[in-house]
Design a protein around this ligand. Structure first.
Ligand SMILES: [Zn+2]
Ligand SMILES: [Zn+2]
Length: 312
C-alpha cells in the first residue's frame, strides 16, 4: 500500500496566514550568517538544514488520504478540502474507478466532494462506502442551492453505494477492509486496511474512550499489531480536560493507545486549526518525548503533513 496525505487539518480549512509566513521569514533572517551565503553549496546546505516548521508547512486542507493498493485500486478516505488537489492529478484520465470511504459526514470530511473533478466525468465510476444508511441524502443535501449551484445529478451516473457494516470485512481489490464505530458526536468510523500481512488504520474524529483500551476479541482483531495508525490527536492534555465530549483525542492518549495495542508507527492527525506549524511541531516533540518515556520510543511518532507519503 502507498498512502498519501492530501488534507490533515481538523474541523475547518485553515490557509496559512501572512503573519505566519512573515514569522518564518523573520526566523530565517535571524538564523542566517555571512558564511551561509558565501557559495551556492553553502546556501543549499543552509536551506537543507532549516527546521521543517520553517521551511515547510503542515497544510491547511481538511481530511483526505489516498491509498494505492497492490491491485492498483484508488482508495480515498474522506472528502475534505484535500480531495480537490487529489482529483487534479487524474484530470486527463477516462473511465477511472475510485473508492471513496467516509469516516462520517461532518463538513470537514465532505465539503471537498463538489470540487473533485473526476466525479463529473461521465466515464468515472465512484464507489461510495459508509455505514450510515443516510449517506446518499447527506451528500445530496450539500450539493443543492442555496449551498452549492451544482446538483449531485451532474456527477457521473456510475455511483455505486456500498452499505458496509461494523466489523464485517469486505474487499477492495487486493486489500481487505473493515470498519469500526468510534466515539464522536454523531459517531464516526475507523477503517482497517490489510494487505500482504501489513495493517493500516485510519481513525479520525475519535475521542478515545476506556472501552477502546479493553482487551476484547473485537478490539484486538481491529487494533492489535498494526503497522501504521493515523489517529485524531487534535488536543493537548489541557484541552482534552476542557473539551470532554467534543470528539477528539489528546496526543498523549494517542500514544498510550498505540502502546497498548502494540502499534509501531503513529501519525498525529486532524490538527487543531488554531495551531501554526511551530506549535504543531512542538506537539510532535512532546509526543516523541512521551513515547520515549512510556515505552522507550517503541511507538514511532510522526506528523501527518500534506504531501507526505507512507510506503507500507
Ligand atoms: Zn473532522
Ligand atoms: Zn467530526
Amino acid at each position: 500500500m502507498k498512502i498519501r496525505f492530501w488534507g490533515v487539518r481538523g474541523s475547518i480549512a485553515t490557509p496559512i496566514s501572512a503573519a505566519q509566513i512573515q514569522s518564518k521569514i523573520v526566523a530565517v533572517v535571524a538564523a542566517i550568517s555571512a558564511r551561509d551565503i558565501e557559495s551556492e553549496n553553502a546556501r543549499q546546505s543552509f536551506i537543507a538544514n532549516l527546521p521543517e516548521y520553517i521551511y515547510g508547512t503542515i497544510g491547511g486542507n481538511t481530511a483526505c488520504l489516498e491509498i494505492k493498493n497492490e491491485s492498483g485500486d484508488r482508495i480515498i478516505l474522506d472528502a475534505g478540502t484535500g480531495i480537490r488537489a487529489c482529483g487534479k492529478q487524474y484530470v486527463h484520465e477516462k473511465n477511472a474507478v475510485y473508492h471513496l470511504l467516509f469516516s462520517h459526514f461532518h463538513w470537514d470530511h465532505i465539503q471537498g466532494l463538489p470540487f473533485f473533478d473526476p466525479a463529473y466525468k461521465p466515464g468515472t465510476t465512484l464507489n461510495i462506502y459508509s455505514d450510515y444508511p443516510n449517506m446518499r441524502r447527506f451528500l445530496r443535501e450539500q450539493m443543492q442551492p442555496p449551498y452549492f449551484p451544482v446538483k449531485m445529478e451532474a456527477l457521473t451516473k456510475n455511483i455505486v453505494w456500498h452499505d458496509i457494516k461494523d466489523n464485517v470485512p469486505f474487499k477492495i481489490g487486493s486489500t481487505e477492509v473493515m470498519t469500526k464505530s468510534m466515539f464522536h458526536p454523531g459517531g464516526s468510523h475507523a477503517y482497517l486496511f490489510m494487505e500482504n500481512g501489513k495493517r493500516f488504520i485510519y481513525a479520525t474524529d475519535v475521542e478515545l474512550q476506556q472501552r477502546d483500551f479493553q482487551r476484547t476479541e473485537e478490539n484486538a482483531a481491529f487494533f492489535e499489531n498494526t503497522d501504521v495508525l493515523v489517529l485524531d490527536s487534535q488536543y493537548t492534555i489541557e484541552e482534552t480536560a476542557q473539551k470532554e465530549g467534543w470528539g477528539h483525542s489528546a496526543f498523549c492518549y494517542a500514544i498510550d493507545f498505540a502502546v497498548f495495542w502494540n502499534i509501531r508507527h503513529l501519525y498525529l492527525f486532524h490538527h487543531e486549526p488554531m495551531y501554526d506549524d511551530k506549535k504543531i511541531h512542538t506537539i510532535l516533540k512532546s509526543a516523541q518525548w512521551y513515547s520515549d518515556y512510556v515505552c522507550g520510543g517503541k511507538v514511532i511518532v510522526h506528523l501527518a503533513m500534506e504531501g507526505r507519503e507512507i510506503d507500507l
